[in-house]
Design a protein around this ligand. Structure first.
Ligand code: GDP
Ligand code: ZN
Length: 461
């Protein structure tokens, strides 16, 4: 494949201070040489691959020195894009990085579109689609665990599993084809049904296991959207502050997306909590009061987790009871706060009202009960397996949708077997399963979907 040479500013993950101008393409080294002045007139085209060189970036028109840099030269195909790649490490802040980029562009490179480096890696066969998507997840990862999942996917864990399943399907298809082509034995149909039943059951189980991890993966990837509710003065702000103070608050500003929102996350034992409407709690204290009961129900539906705070030093009020009834059907943890004061609340009654919810007693004033609350959150969603780095989490909604569809079509295969449907009809569903799984790794994916996917990436990735 032939592509022009692209360039963009790319900031490495976790290192905000350094900025890199990255180039990829056939002309990358020539373009860099055009503006690079090495020690003793050294040219980058003469250096060994995968080496780093000190030098200056000079404007070829004015001979002005723009920046002192370290340049990494990496020749294809052993690079991320499989093309020649140059990385110019600048340290003089954004202004000089921008000037270096401008010089690179003037010397013949084109400004990369968001995700174009990753797209090239995909198109050049360096990574498959699920790995490319993992790059995007990695950039957005909120906690170490989310990052581990993304890294696992980038290393191709999901791809390998999907490939293995596809291979199995292919073998069954081949087997069935042979049986159809050589029907001289009477028991061929029966044999094939038995084989299909066995293989399709296995594939169904594997797909089901994958889907079970999907919910957890999605939480790790997107954060658990969490609403803190309760009457005025029960301790909502105190709870919010404890959660934020005890845990590293992660303020993310997702670059390269149109949303560009700043959201507040806290990392609770590896589970990223996205605190909804934090401003609302801080400013007006009470969402029910602020937006009314009907609207707050709708708002609660958008939450993955509700933390309902009660004042344990007072008897339950009708308003508490109404809130308890409202949240009974949701994932809820009831926090009976102010336990340092004489207890007046009827905790048995609370348990009756939210039989499925968990209950924690706290004194936020004395910093008691926060550990228990965090424990409750972690086990609620991960039941102690949050550390399961070997799980092949599926966290991407596109993957989840495809796996669900694949599962449906393998169920159709099994139903066909059960009903004794002719093999060549069942075969259609089997092939469909194979195709759907292929879309996860980009085997049968259309061009427009690709553009859509890669345009979600950050610039310079
Ligand atoms: P909010 O209106 O629900 O946000 O409640 P706040 O967090 O603002 O707390 C209301 C009042 O209760 C404040 O004066 C807090 O200091 C106090 N408070 C919060 N938690 C506790 C607690 O566990 N024990 C006691 N005694 N007071 C608390
Ligand atoms: Zn408050």
């Amino acid at each position: 494949m032939e592509f022009d040479t692209i360039a963009a500013i790319s900031t490495p993950i976790g290192e905000g201070a350094i900025a890199i101008v990255r180039l990829s393409g056939d002309e990358a080294i020539n373009i860099a040489d055009n503006i690079y002045q090495g020690i003793g007139g050294k040219c980058l085209k003469d250096v060994a691959s995968h080496t780093i060189h000190y030098g200056k970036i000079v404007d070829p028109k004015t001979s002005e020195i723009v920046e002192e840099v370290m340049v990494t030269v990496m020749k294809g195909p052993k690079t991320f894009t499989r093309e020649d790649v140059i990385e110019i490490n600048c340290h003089g802040g954004l202004v000089s990085v921008n000037r270096v980029l401008q010089l690179v562009l003037r010397s013949g490179a084109r400004l990369a579109e968001p995700g174009e480096f990753t797209k090239r890696a995909f198109l050049n066969g360096r990574i498959d689609l699920s790995q490319a998507e993992a790059v995007m997840d990695l950039i957005r990862a909120k906690t170490d665990k989310a990052m581990n999942v993304a890294i696992g996917q980038m290393e191709g864990r999901l791809s390998k599993l999907v490939q293995k399943l596809r291979q199995e399907i292919l073998e069954v298809v081949a087997h069935v084809e042979v049986n159809i082509d050589y029907p001289e034995y009477d028991d061929v149909e029966e044999m094939t049904h038995r084989l299909l039943n066995e293989k399709a059951s296995y594939i169904r189980n594997e797909l089901q296991k994958l889907l079970e991890t999907a919910h957890q993966g999605k939480i790790l990837r997107e954060g658990l959207s969490t609403a803190i509710i309760g009457r005025p003065n029960v301790g909502k702000s105190s709870l919010l502050n404890s959660l934020v103070h005890e845990n590293k608050a992660i303020v993310t500003d997702i670059p390269g997306t149109t949303r560009d929102v700043i959201e507040e996350y806290v990392n609770v034992r590896g589970v990223p909590l996205r605190l909804i409407d934090t401003a609302g709690i801080r400013e007006t204290e009470d969402i029910v009061e602020r937006i009314g009961v009907e609207r707050s129900k709708k708002y609660l539906k958008e939450a993955d987790l509700i933390l309902l705070v009660l004042n344990a030093s007072e008897p339950l009020t009708p308003e508490d009871e109404a809130l308890l009834e409202t949240v009974a059907g949701f994932d809820v943890i009831v926090i009976a706060n102010k336990m340092d004061l004489p207890q007046k609340i009827d905790l048995e009654r609370v348990r009756q009202l939210v039989p499925k919810g968990k209950m924690i007693t706290t004194s936020l004033l004395k910093d008691e009960g926060i550990d228990e609350l965090e424990e409750a959150i972690a086990t609620m969603y991960f039941e102690g397996q949050v550390e399961g780095a070997d799980l092949t989490y599926v966290s991407n909604s596109r993957h989840i949708a495809l796996i669900s569809q694949a599962l449906q079509s393998i169920e159709d295969v099994l139903e066909g077997v059960e009903l004794g449907t002719p093999i060549d009809i069942i075969q259609i569903d089997l092939t469909r399963t194979w195709e759907l799984l292929g879309e996860i790794i980009g085997d049968t994916v259309q061009e427009s979907l690709l553009d859509q996917l890669f345009s979600q990436f950050c610039l310079g990735k």
